[in-house]
Design a binder for this molecule. Structure first.
Ligand code: FAD
Ligand code: DLZ
Ligand code: SF4
Length: 509
């Protein structure tokens, strides 16, 4: 059959299912930079640059091997505003017998695609995205067998399925999870190796020009731009991580430092998510470093767990629960997102540092997203849809299948505990323990109800007071709620007063 194949901006791999049976004698590839995909949220400028540049490089790679690609470069005045517009025109031109698309990463687009056969007068076939280790059907089956959908059990299942870090049926080292070892704070030893940076080539420079011209109002700082935009470059970035950082990844996984935006993190989610790196190959390379004695088990296990565990698990949850998942709001939050999320202008040093990194690099590492910007949104009772939209816009690795469960489920607990067994709510004490932020902060992390007390403290206790009835049935909350019960009536009254004061002036904290 003569096929027209639409390759999306996050499907940049020769192994993608839609290209598997490609026959250059009669099939045709379509790739398109379009207004609608570039505007459904105010994507960070670096995210748009990454995707456009990686798309242009991938199209060139296909053309080099003599595969026909019709590429639509971004033009703000183009009559083709959406991917459907592009396909309508392409169908007229090529008269295909069918359209093939690998399953996309967002419900918004997937839902639209279900209706495309009619306006295109051509059958549209959606193929499984088998870059993932666990298919959607397999996840559904796994979920149906379990009372609770905990990541840890899913992870063990995938370890067995892949054989990664396994000795027969047993986990290497006799334990599935070494997370308890991975909670060190960082105080400049060992030194953090510099982040791997790629030099922009001619194509990327062209893209940077386009983004500066066409998206000046979008969030974030465009330059310097040093992301990898090809498989070779992404692979080099991964090798650099494994050689220089993986050994310490576990130890400092939860640490934060005002001196180092990236610490010992891999910076590879951007490449995994758009198809430049493959998850299994990535994990095998890390496992190999362990087998050669170059990195300790707690590091490699932690790293592999994030990829075959969390990454696959959140995707499964997303497709299992959408579209209703996006609307969940278990705590009935209704407060607007403070303006400092968009400009980093806040006296809270921890928030400032994480938001600054987000603005500059379209990146913040996991603990910054979870325990600082996320924790604040949870404690301040921000409307889940608003904070979810923010996370989808500001990170270069953000696609809804991975962003939404992390934000709505893990951070906001808005799904009532489907994804996380308890809210990750924490006071300033946690941030003080895991970072150096508090040392140079306007606020005092040691006090609770003074005018200059750390806002996380007042909001944390107020969160527990407000949601006491919902949280009290959760056995994992027992310990913290018992310390709340030990507080006197007058202490509680003061906390409430302090929290109300903070909530009234969120924007100016
Ligand atoms: P590392 O810390 O080096 O980890 C290695 C890899 O593990 C990552 O590249 C990533 O592929 C995977 N990984 C780690 N944690 C998670 C997780 N919780 N869920 C899925 N994969 C994980 N990740 C995204 O890829 N896109 C998002 O839009 C996204 N949004 C998030 C929003 C919130 C509120 C939170 C708390 C986390 C979010 N994450 C998201 C997960 C995680 O923060 C990023 O994957 C990670 O920070 C990427 O940086 P890294 O490559 O240096 O990761
Ligand atoms: C994120 C993004 C952006 C900014 N632009 C495009 C684009 O112009 N063309 C395209 O095919 N894909 C783009 N993407 C990625 C898509 O939004 C992504 O494929 C869907 O959200 C599904 O995951
Ligand atoms: Fe953040 Fe509070 Fe520490 Fe300031 S004192 S850096 S607001 S945790």
């Amino acid at each position: 059959k003569r096929s027209l194949i639409l390759v999306l901006g996050d499907q940049l791999s020769l192994d993608i299912s839609s290209l598997r049976d490609f026959d250059p004698r009669h099939d045709q590839i379509i790739m398109a930079e379009v207004w609608e995909e570039a505007h459904y949220v105010s994507h960070h400028q670096k995210k748009i640059a990454l995707i456009f540049s990686a798309m242009r490089h991938f199209a060139n790679q296909l053309k080099k091997q003599k595969w026909p690609v019709h590429y639509y470069q971004y033009d703000p005045d183009s009559p083709y505003r959406s991917l459907l517009d592009v396909l309508k025109s392409a169908v007229k031109h090529y008269s295909p017998q069918q359209i093939l698309i690998t399953h996309c990463g967002e419900w918004r687009l997937h839902n639209a695609m279900q209706t495309w056969s009619k306006p295109l007068a051509t059958p549209v076939h959606i193929l499984e995205d088998d870059r993932f280790i666990c298919s959607l059907a397999e996840f559904k089956e796994w979920a149906a067998r379990r009372k609770q959908l905990r990541m840890e059990y899913f992870y063990r299942y995938i370890r067995q399925k892949t054989g990664l870090l396994m000795e027969g049926n047993s986990p290497t080292g006799g334990q599935w999870n070494f997370d308890k070892k991975n909670r060190k704070s960082y105080s400049n030893d060992p030194p953090v190796p510099p982040v791997y940076q790629c030099k922009p080539d001619k194509i990327t420079l062209g893209v940077l020009n386009d983004v500066a011209n066409y998206f000046p109002e979008h969030f974030g700082q465009l330059k310097p731009f040093w992301f990898a935009v090809t498989t070779e470059q992404a692979n080099a970035a991964l090798v650099h991580f494994i050689e220089h950082k993986l050994a310490y990844f576990g130890d400092f996984q939860d640490a934060m430092s005002s001196q180092h935006d990236f610490l010992f993190h891999a910076l590879i989610s951007i490449y995994l998510n758009i198809g430049l790196l493959d998850p299994i190959t990535t994990c095998k390379m890390a496992e190999h470093a362990y087998q050669q004695g170059k990195v300790p088990l707690n590091a490699v296990e932690g790293f592999i767990r994030q990829i075959i565990g969390w990454r696959e698990y959140v995707r499964g949850i997303y497709w299992l629960k959408m579209p209703s998942y996006a609307k969940e709001n278990a705590f009935n939050n209704d407060r607007s997102l403070p303006s400092f999320y968009w400009n980093a202008e806040t006296k809270m040093q921890c928030m400032h540092q994480c938001l600054k990194s987000t603005y500059e690099h379209a990146y913040a590492h996991h603990i910054q997203r979870l325990m600082v910007t996320g924790n604040f949104a949870l404690l301040a009772g921000i409307t889940p849809t608003e904070i979810c939209e923010w996370y989808l816009a500001v990170y270069a690795d953000a696609f809804e299948w991975v962003e939404l469960p992390n934000t709505l489920g893990m951070v906001m607990h808005a799904d009532g505990g489907l994804l996380g067994s308890k809210p990750y709510a924490a006071s300033g004490k946690y941030i003080a323990k895991m970072s150096d932020y508090c040392k140079s902060c306007h606020y005092n992390v040691k006090t609770l109800v003074e005018d200059d007390s750390c806002p996380f403290n007042g909001l944390y206790w107020f969160f527990l007071i407000t949601h006491y009835d919902t949280l009290k049935s959760n056995p994992r909350m027992k310990l913290v709620l018992s310390s709340l019960q030990r507080k006197s009536k007058s202490e509680i009254a003061k906390i409430k007063q302090r929290a109300q004061q903070l909530l009234m002036q969120l924007d100016s904290l």
